[in-house]
Design a protein around this ligand. Sequence first.
Ligand code: XIL
Length: 371
Amino acid sequence: MAGKGGAMSVHGRRVSRRDFLKAAGTAGLASAGAAALPSCGGLTTGVRAGAADSLRRLAAKKGLVIGSAFSPAAFRKDPQYGEILAREFNGLVAENAMKLEALQRVRGQFDFGRAEEIMGFARAHDMKVRAVPLVWHEALPDWARGRTFPRQEALDILREHIITVMRHFRGRIFAWDVLNEALSDKGPGLREEGPWFHSIGPDYVERVYHMAHEADPDAALFYNEFGMDGMSDKADRCYRWIKDLLARGVPIHGLGLQYHVQADAHPAAADVARNIRRFNDLGLTVHITELDVWLKKGAGPADFERQAAVYREIFETALAAPKCPAVFLWGFTDRYSWVPGISNGTYDQGLIFDREYRPKPAYEAIAAALR
Ligand code: XIL
């Protein structure tokens, strides 16, 4: 994804470094596809789930799910990875293994192998799983990337995917992100990148929620978005849009705020609280879904303290909100994080354990918020 001359590819398009840095203040920006991984075997770690004062123990006492993204590659090469994950978290989300690209690399052939490894780890350690995302303009297999399909064919592809995947995992998933990042960043309306908008038209949004509801009427169906954690034009647009969808009977039950932020450019806690509350008032549950707090490369002790304060604030905000019962981090150790890659090396160290698995001040800050 890193490009020459300060350009890089974000969400599949070339952007200048300046645009990226401007956007990254509140953005969740995706890089291109993950490497293929061999299958990993035994998934139990032998570690007791939730040591005495672990984050998951503290969170459970408050009724909060604290989750992390999971990378099977990291798990396989690094025994400490699974130990810490099982000890500190009671929630799990596949960083990449449940995306269309991973589940249907070959059109019509579903491969649940890697996703089931993650489910196995979650079951062994009593963790709740978020499944993400059923529909997105990124993480597309070759057969869908850059394609426009006839409308009915595109609807059939999405229907088959949603029904097959949701029925496969039925009863084992705590929240489904049915749709990810559908709003335009540029202004009103929907994002036009990816095959679904162009092939189907704007009503693809409601269609996929109805399909998901049909697949599993008991499932909690979320919409997930970046760069609208606090009050902003994008958050206002999302609010009006979801309100309208709900008024028209579209089955949406929750909103995911990704919360990829920079330690020195993040939304004010009071604004995040207001934003969560207004979606709660619409009847939606809110989850924080991909939390990381980016530091400029070469950060020092004062930066780690600033970062810790941001972590503390979002946990306190979630706990105080009417209905925000889950906070998921996008990984937990700086050893494995998407941040250096997506920021072209400008940002790093966004998580709560360092590269040697030592807890950072952010770890203690979360514990303090949970006590
Ligand atoms: C990212 C993963 O972390 C990377 O490993 C992958 O290369 C690209 O996707 N918003 C999302 C996530 O919804 O799925 C993205 O995950 C990060 C931004």
